[in-house]
Design a protein around this ligand. Structure first.
Ligand code: SF4
Ligand code: SF4
Length: 551
């Protein structure tokens, strides 16, 4: 077990309302007779209590964007953590939405030291994400806050659950499986959730583990520790009574996984009775599977028919590829329809524009003139754009002879109906729009390229690390005028495989091909120091090794 101080994230559970009903949800959504919505004062206290904590402050549900005060909460986070320093690339149309979200998460890793000055205990070595983070299934309320979310959150963990994802049952008691006290203590202390996921704050207090917080909420427990500064510094020896929740929690046990889409909770007899006691609506709806236990094992026929992944372990993949968490072609983030308007520019222009805003559902294609041919061309262009790209409703997209925008843009809301009514032309709207959120559509291809100042034009590079981080760097080399010579990866299975059109080699290859590159880029933030050490042992001079992120 770890102290919350050593965790990458501490969550704030702001609601357990959710638009989905996944199997074995970690918040047990659908089992509560009434959903909770954290009040603003508690949220503020929760955020303030994390002062000095070096990781991510997570906003979590249920689906957090369903909280009626979501916007107020996010604005408080922005006040607390300040505006993001890095360029907000989410203002551009996104073709690879989830990759851009990941790139931003990757860029937000910075060198953070823990209280003991080492940083060693964090899940990611010395590199940690920091600041506000959002966990969302991108339900229908996500698009409403798209601009605000992407202005404020450093990291987003998104899963639209359109593709398969697997959840382990949480409502299983070790006693029902006949696990002895002796065996149990070490299983509990090695619980993968507590060792890899997060502590949490619910409206009822702070908890050493997010599942303990959710169980306390479901079964009307005594609540957590007071939400006061530094609560998260508690060590495992101080977890005390809260460890009782582990007794009725299935995550430390070796069980099975069920596809979220089946919408079934697997429960052991003790938990079955407890759910009955709290009058679980999900149980009443027949979405509960009481598992059959034979000789201390859950019988095969009680387990999920779609196992997905072989065995439960700390490193168990929740979903095979991160990119599968979001299915762009099905996404409701894509603009579905828009209004087409032209308004003569005269003294009543502002009144007419207000009228359009009031009656529009959201997106508006505004023509600069009444010419039929250029109107048809604009419609064709916009249709092609919205088919492939996810657009930020806060951005004013400037096309050739037209503008495309959403009436929900913060720039318009801040400008206000009264001031708009006095405008004589769209030019005045443009002047009031947040400058950084005005994007000429003919520049998208250039604007959305990933570049880095640390890449020198014409220099030769190799990348060590061919995972997602390495792929971001390869894009940056390509777009910044550098030359990628070859890639390096410790994984023998990648030896000889192609990476961005270049060959991947084992580390030893570097030793004999030192003169083929000017710089070695490390494409792995959590193993940076380890890789640097290995490269230097192979003879690469320290000054040739670049960690291409902020440190
Ligand atoms: S989307 Fe998340 S919170 Fe909602 S039911 Fe599924 S697992 Fe639970
Ligand atoms: S057993 Fe459950 S409550 Fe206990 S640490 Fe693990 S996930 Fe948390």
């Amino acid at each position: 077990m770890r102290s919350p101080a050593d965790m990458q994230t501490i969550q704030i559970d702001i609601t357990n309302a959710c638009n989905l009903a996944c199997s074995n949800c970690t918040r047990f959504c659908g089992n509560h007779k009434k959903n909770f919505f954290m009040d603003f004062d508690t949220f503020k206290r929760a955020v303030d209590s994390l002062e000095g904590y070096n990781g991510v402050t997570g906003v979590m549900g249920g689906e957090p964007t369903l909280h009626p005060e979501f916007e107020r909460f996010v604005l408080y986070l922005r006040e607390k953590y300040g505006e993001r320093k890095e360029e907000n690339r989410m203002i551009y149309p996104q073709r690879e939405f989830i990759k851009e979200i990941r790139r931003r998460e990757f860029e937000s890793h910075i060198l953070r030291k823990n209280e003991d000055g080492t940083g060693k205990k964090s899940g990611c070595g010395n590199f940690k994400m920091y600041g506000p983070g959002l966990w969302s299934n991108m339900g229908v309320t996500y698009p409403k806050y798209y601009e605000l979310i992407n202005d404020c959150f450093n990291v987003q963990f998104l899963n639209d659950h359109i593709n398969e994802s697997y959840h382990q049952p949480g409502l299983i008691s070790r006693k029902d499986l006949g696990i002895s006290d002796e065996e149990w203590i070490s299983m509990r202390d090695n619980c993968w959730i507590q060792n890899e996921w997060s502590a949490t704050i619910t409206p009822k207090g702070a908890f050493f583990c997010e599942i303990a917080g959710a169980l306390d909420m479901l079964f009307d427990g005594p609540g957590g520790w007071p939400i006061e500064p530094g609560w998260w510094k508690r060590k495992p020896s101080e977890f005390g009574e809260q460890l009782q929740w582990c007794e009725i929690c299935g995550f430390a046990l070796k069980t099975f996984m069920r596809d979220a889409k089946e919408e079934v909770d697997d429960v052991s007899p003790t938990l079955y009775d407890m759910l009955k006691e709290v009058d679980s609506p999900r149980m009443k709806a027949g979405r509960t599977n009481l598992v059959k236990i034979e000789n201390g094992m859950i019988s095969k026929e009680s387990q999920a028919p779609t196992l997905g992944f072989a065995a439960v372990s700390a490193a168990q993949p929740y979903i095979e590829h991160y990119e599968d968490r979001f299915n762009a072609s099905n996404s409701h983030l894509l603009v579905q329809n828009y209004d087409v308007v032209y308004i003569e520019e005269d003294d009543s222009w502002g009144v007419g524009f207000n009228h359009i805003l009031k009656k529009s559902d959201g997106w508006i294609l505004y023509f600069d003139n009444d010419d039929k041919v250029s109107k048809e061309k604009a419609i064709k262009e916009v249709n092609a754009l919205i088919k492939k790209y996810i657009l930020n409703p806060g951005t004013l997209h400037l096309g050739n002879g037209y503008k495309f925008f959403s009436k929900f843009a913060i720039s318009l809301r801040e400008f206000g109906f009264d001031r708009i009514a006095h405008c004589n032309s769209f030019e005045e709207i443009i002047k009031a729009w947040q400058k950084k959120k005005i994007v000429p559509l003919d520049e998208i291809t250039e604007l959305t390229k990933w570049r880095r100042d640390s890449i020198e034009n014409g220099k030769r590079y190799i990348i060590w690390g061919t995972g997602l981080s390495g792929s971001f760097i390869a894009d940056a080399v390509e777009n910044s005028g550098g030359k990628l010579m070859y890639a390096v990866d410790i994984d023998p299975q990648k030896d000889g495989k192609e990476f961005y059109g270049y060959m991947t080699h084992q580390p030893l290859y570097v030793k004999e091909h030192m003169d083929e590159f000017d710089y070695l880029l490390i494409g792995h933030y959590s193993r940076f120091e380890e890789i640097r050490k290995q490269a230097m042992e192979l003879g690469v001079p320290r000054k040739k090794i670049i960690m291409p992120y902020e440190i």
